[in-house]
Write a protein that binds this ligand. Structure first.
Ligand code: MTE
Length: 390
């Protein structure tokens, strides 16, 4: 018996008084009790905040859509809130009619809305050599997923009459001080690339490129040029600084790979994950995210014994191409130490590799494209930590 739960026995204030009126917040805010759910910077990662990264708190999110205010940020020269009335977008190079568009011009054109993940090529970068970070927010939080709305780049390239005989690539350029430029193959540009102004039903947030950004489904975040001001049509890759010197992969033989833009199939358990603690033995819903830059996720397997045995998880709908997929699986924790892992397989048949398999091919000096299976160790105390299992 005892005194009973006062939260049930005492009628709370909010059941006896008038609540706040409509439009208290003309643009709504999360509950004050959710204040711990934040994008976070990794101390010591970069020297200045303006050219740095903040991570999405994957451990606190549900489903597949990232709330716009929690979408990770990566800026090379800080962000700006650009006046859309003054923003211009230009297409030049191998086109019959080079054009300059205003936002009004663009937003009158036929638009599409598509759900896609964006993952920075450097996501999970710190873990190439060894365990380095304490939570899924830092190990996998350069990852977000949204619905993007804009005009297909193919429509704009047609509008300018691109040179069908000579055009091989496009170069995308941002309007910030970083002179961010990236080469994209013409084939991809004509396929599913979007010149987008909206994210999750609202205009892009300034941190994510307001009023215009490129959406390059399946490709590493760096190609999703923000504050997009220009597309140049060309006949060969441009070897710009952010593709010739940066965003290249160090290989074991001392050479570097360039233009490895696809984000290969990957998954991670978001709960339970490092930094969390299981309160008691018994039932848990293991949940996480899977994605592939090559299409749809076909299957996700989950192991609770460090990869010896695997069970197939439930995939939640929608199951979209180049989009996050949420998986769930039941687990009864008996109180013994456990190692939780997820392994995703995409529609091409590609299987997410173990960290030692990836290291055998890629070495340990890379920064980008670490899509290894992630291991979380559950201790007898219930505490969950980041470990590497071979
Ligand atoms: N575009 C411009 N113009 N300037 C930038 O610094 N950063 C790139 C890309 N586009 C960047 C940019 C990188 S490295 C990534 S990972 C994504 O934007 C991050 O997008 P987000 O900040 O919306 O998450």
């Amino acid at each position: 018996g005892g005194a009973g739960d006062p939260n049930i026995l005492t009628l709370p204030e909010h059941s006896r008084t008038l609540g706040k009126p409509v439009v208290t917040h003309p643009y709504g805010q999360p509950s004050q009790y959710e204040a711990n759910l934040q994008r976070r910077e990794s101390p010591g990662l970069t020297r200045v905040g303006a050219a740095s990264v903040s991570f999405t708190p994957l451990q606190g999110l549900f489903g597949i859509i990232t709330p716009s205010g929690l979408h990770f940020e990566r800026h090379h020269q800080g962000w700006h809130d650009i006046d859309p009335a003054k923003h211009r977008f230009m297409i030049n190079g191998l086109v019959k009619n080079p054009k300059v568009y205003t936002m009004d011009d663009l937003m009158r054109m036929p638009s599409v809305s598509r759900m896609h993940f964006i993952e920075c090529g450097a996501n999970t970068a710190m873990e190439w050599g060894n365990v380095a970070v304490p939570s899924v927010q830092y190990s996998h939080g350069m990852l977000s997923c949204s619905e993007f709305t804009g005009v297909p780049l193919s429509v704009l390239l047609d509008d300018c009459g691109y040179d069908k005989r000579r055009a091989r690539v496009v170069l995308a350029e941002g309007a910030d001080g970083s002179s961010m430029t990236r080469t994209i193959s013409l084939e991809r540009a004509l396929d599913d690339v979007i010149v987008a102004w909206a994210m999750n039903g609202e205009m892009l947030r300034p941190e994510h490129g307001y009023p215009l950004r490129l959406v390059v489904p399946g490709v590493q975040g760096v190609s999703w040029v923000k504050w997009l001001r220009r597309i140049e049509v060309g006949d060969q890759p441009y070897a710009a600084k952010d593709e010739a010197l940066h965003y290249i992969d160090a290989l074991p033989d001392g050479t570097f790979r360039q233009y490895t833009s696809i984000q290969e199939c990957k998954s991670v358990i978001t709960t339970p994950s490092a930094g969390q603690r299981l309160l008691d033995t018994g039932y848990y819903n293991i949940t996480g995210l899977a994605w592939s830059g090559r299409g749809k996720v076909k299957r996700v397997d989950v192991s609770v014994d460090g990869g010896r045995n695997w069970r197939t998880a439930r995939l939640e709908t929608p199951l979209l191409s180049k989009c996050l997929t949420r998986f769930n699986i039941d687990w009864d924790w008996n109180g013994a130490p456990a190692v939780l892992q997820s392994r995703a397989i995409d529609e091409t048949g590609y299987v997410q590799p173990k960290i030692n398999e990836l290291r055998a091919v890629r070495g340990t000096r890379s920064i980008y494209h670490n899509n290894a299976i992630q291991s979380w160790q559950v201790a007898q105390s219930g505490e969950v930590s980041n470990v590497q299992v071979y």
